[in-house]
Design a protein around this ligand. Structure first.
Ligand code: NAP
Length: 279
């Protein structure tokens, strides 16, 4: 893990920094002395995180409230960062959400926002900062994918497809950039204890305990130190994600559809509760 002194001259930009995995990354980088640029749509929550981290770690923190699912979101971000006047050394492209249910019943507008945030914004925000990193010969980009990126996910089909995009994009950029001094990592968490499931509207998961955001961040830092292209957080998640890759895709999708059908169609009743780690 990188020591505090190493990041004192660095700036980390984290999207989706107001809660969950993004807030944990923001705290981890603040603890290492980095300046922060934090992005999320809900201003009060974002400012609360920014003030807490600035006070606790004595680092410069900029809260930039932007809705990245809007077409103009990435351009607004570029403008805001230019006004702040900082170079971005570390980008955590984390903001994202999921929709759940039979595709033909889901809101087309909400699915569109999901694609705009999880796919379009991730790619456009990487474009904003990667060229300067390559020119400087240094930088880090962490794109937050998911174990859902390794297979089709019935009843979360748009989410799974969006995370497959992030995984593939990141590994392609990793291969392009590794000899140019820029580290690119696809971070693939499995079910993690955040607001994600509240936003999805379901407490169901494939079983097992939820991982903590600190475990997810630690997995990312280890993977960066090792120069990995991607990392799956958690041994069980690693095994299940890789097992699905050994089987025909159609078969995996059919099995997953059966497992998720009851919870998906009946919404919450009957869904297996995820296990939270004892406090
Ligand atoms: N938790 C899991 O089980 C899990 C597993 C695999 C991958 N992931 C991925 O991890 C990433 C972080 O999710 P999380 O689990 O930490 O969930 P979370 O607690 O719901 O955090 C999501 C973050 O994204 C922000 N966000 C939502 N819509 C946005 C928008 N339109 N523009 C900018 N920011 C927006 C949220 O801000 P507001 O609070 O203001 O809306 C929040 O800060 C996502 O990409 C998710 O797909 C999560």
């Amino acid at each position: 893990m990188t020591a505090r002194a190493d990041l004192q001259m660095s700036t980390a930009l984290v999207t989706g920094a107001s809660s969950g995995i993004g807030a944990a990354f923001a705290e981890a980088y603040a603890a290492r002395g980095a300046r922060l640029v934090l992005v999320a749509p809900a201003e009060p929550r974002l400012r609360e995180v920014a003030e807490r981290l600035g006070t606790r770690y004595g680092v410069e923190v900029h809260a930039v409230p932007i809705d990245l699912a809007e077409e103009s979101g990435p351009d607004q971000l570029a403008k805001a960062v230019a006004e702040i006047g900082l170079e971005i050394d570390i980008l955590v492209n984390n903001a994202g959400f999921g929709t759940r249910g039979p595709y033909h019943e889901l809101s087309a507008d909400r699915d569109h926002r999901e694609v705009m945030l999880n796919v379009v914004a991730v790619e456009r925000v990487a474009h904003l900062f990667l060229p300067a990193m390559v020119a400087r010969g240094s930088g880090t980009i962490i794109n937050v994918s998911s174990t859902s990126g390794f297979q089709a996910v019935p009843y979360m089909a748009v989410y799974g497809a969006s995370k497959a995009f992030v995984l593939s994009l990141s590994i392609g950029l990793w291969a392009e950039c590794r000899s140019r001094g820029v580290r690119v990592l696809a971070l693939c968490p499995g079910p993690t204890d955040t607001n994600f499931f509240e936003v999805v509207g379901s407490r169901m998961s494939a079983g097992g305990r939820l991982r903590t955001t600190d475990e997810v961040v630690a997995a990312a830092f280890r993977a960066l130190d090792r120069g990995q292209a991607y990392v799956i957080d958690g041994r069980l998640n690693y095994l299940t994600s890789n097992a699905s890759r050994l089987l025909p895709r159609g078969l995996v999708a059919r099995i997953t559809e059966r497992v998720l059908r009851s919870g998906s169609l009946a919404a919450l009743p009957g869904a297996a509760p995820v296990k939270r780690r004892a406090a």
